[in-house]
Design a protein around this ligand. Structure first.
Ligand code: ARG
Length: 473
């Protein structure tokens, strides 16, 4: 006797083999419908391609194909309209869609799953999802890069420089545009990494069946082409158990969130009264429930904080994969929640950060004043001596001695420079406001002219990345 069917509860997919219906606790624990509903559109696209293939190879008739296609269209309309009724035994989106198609299409609907397993089906759905959402994510990152580029161009036109830091100690002045573009390049590599990961994910697993293919004359190559994949799978065991594309996406997104967290940390620092380099727009700041004077950079802090969460999703999922035997194991169902949450989190973080940067006000005068200190030109003074033929070590020691004397005796560095015969009055030009960045002309450096060239390179890079995205490449 097979499992009793209850129209209100639905029926499990394995009802032929089992005498009893699944326990409530089993369903509560094993279901994935609560989170894989968002694969509905991909599941329908995959099913459409599958029935088309079944008709092409003669496993169903053209009439049956048309009936199933119409049922799939109806299911799509119901899901879009929010009128689709999920039943308690619909354990995942694949089960729900197939159950409804069978209700609507009768015996033809019961042929939908021919030569297919949920194992190749879920792998396909997730790849379709990743392909679509990965591109959306790349577009969002490009938008953020666009904001950085705009703010950099604006700062460069205003000739703004600020201290550059190493070890959080003032080191050498840099153009503000240079600093902003440093974050731009990191994001640009993230967009490249994303495109690269999507390339590798561009494989259709449909036709692998449960794990070993089929005795039926399936045609995985034509399904792959139909769905716009670059290629079909080579190995059915690999096709149903490969989740590298999820792990790669989790890594790319975690690294990107780490990049955003570094930018976020600088926003937090720059917005302090101590730095005072940046004022956040009211719309992108929060207040304090107790301290009326506070204006807090919560967005930047959360962007920083959520990096921990994304790193957790990556390491957690790698731990899920570790030691899994071939081929499909239910553990793999654990791929979706970290993936969805990662994409949701990074999307919000990127958009919030773009808004924050777009509306923040940089305090140009404060930045310049912080950089226009005599000691910030120490390296330039040593380089002047090098130009005169002095070995660099010797020049470094000589300027170092002047700085120490200035600190110990409380005499301004520019006064001491006047008394140093090897430097002389010409050296004072190096201490003029802004001289340090104007004189730093080496390619890729933080100086005015180099940054202008860099800005052009950044514009070209972004146009190229946006162009490739638009072409779907
Ligand atoms: N919900 C499952 C998942 O997300 C679908 C595949 C289940 N396959 C199976 N043979 N139990 O992985």
């Amino acid at each position: 006797m097979s499992e009793p069917s209850d129209p209100k509860r639905g029926q499990s997919l394995w009802q032929g083999r089992f005498g009893d219906a699944p326990a409530e606790e089993l369903l509560d624990f094993t279901e994935s419908l609560s989170f894989d509903r968002r694969l509905a559109a991909d599941d329908l696209a995959g099913s459409r391609a599958h029935v088309d293939m079944l008709a092409r190879v003669g496993l169903i008739t053209e009439e049956e194909r048309a009936v199933v296609a119409a049922a799939l269209a109806r299911v799509e309309a119901e899901i879009d309209a929010g009128t689709f009724t999920f039943l308690p035994l619909d354990e995942d989106i694949h089960t729900a869609v197939e159950r409804r198609v069978t209700e609507l299409a009768g015996p033809a609907g019961a042929k939908l799953h021919t030569g297919r397993s949920r194992n190749d089906q879920v792998a396909l759905d997730l790849r379709l999802y990743v392909r679509r959402e990965g591109r959306v994510m790349a577009g969002r990152l490009c938008d953020l890069m666009q904001v950085l580029l705009r703010r950099a161009a604006e700062a460069h036109a205003a000739d703004v420089y600020l201290p550059g830091y190493t070890h959080m100690q003032r080191a050498q002045p840099v153009m503000l545009a240079h600093h902003l573009l440093a974050h731009f390049w990191a994001l640009s590599r993230d967009v490249d990494r994303l495109a690269d990961a999507l390339d590798r994910a561009d494989v259709s697993p449909l036709g692998a069946g449960a794990l070993a293919g089929s005795t039926l004359p399936l045609d995985p190559g034509s399904v792959a082409a139909d769905l716009g994949f670059a290629r079909p799978f080579e190995n059915s065991l690999d096709a149903v158990s490969d989740r590298d594309f999820v792990a790669e996406l989790l890594f790319v997104c975690a690294l990107c969130q780490v990049h955003l967290s570094r930018l976020g940390e600088e926003v937090v620092l720059w917005a302090t009264e101590e730095f005072g380099f940046l004022k956040l727009a009211d719309a992108y700041s929060t207040g304090s429930s107790m301290l009326p004077q506070k204006k807090n950079p919560d967005i930047a802090e959360l962007v920083r904080g959520k990096a921990g969460r994304l790193i957790g999703h990556l390491t957690g999922f790698l731990a899920t994969l570790k030691g899994l035997p071939l081929s499909y194991n239910r553990d793999l169902q654990e791929d979706k929640e970290p993936l969805f949450d990662t994409l949701d989190t990074l999307a919000l973080a990127g958009t919030a950060m773009a808004g924050l940067l777009d509306t923040a006000t940089f305090d140009y005068e404060r930045m310049r004043a912080a950089a226009d200190t005599p000691s910030s030109a120490a390296a330039d003074l040593a380089e002047d001596l090098v130009r005169g033929g002095m070995p660099f070590r010797e020049a470094h020691a000589l300027i170092g001695k002047l700085v120490r004397e200035s600190v110990e005796r409380g005499i301004p560095l520019d006064e001491l420079i006047m008394t140093e015969p090897k430097l002389g009055p010409d050296a004072l030009a190096a201490l003029e406001p802004g001289a340090s960045v104007r004189r730093r002309t080496s390619p890729g450096g933080a100086g005015t002219a180099s940054v202008a060239a860099q800005m052009e390179a950044a514009r070209a890079r972004l146009a190229d990345q946006e162009g490739r995205l638009a072409k779907g490449a």
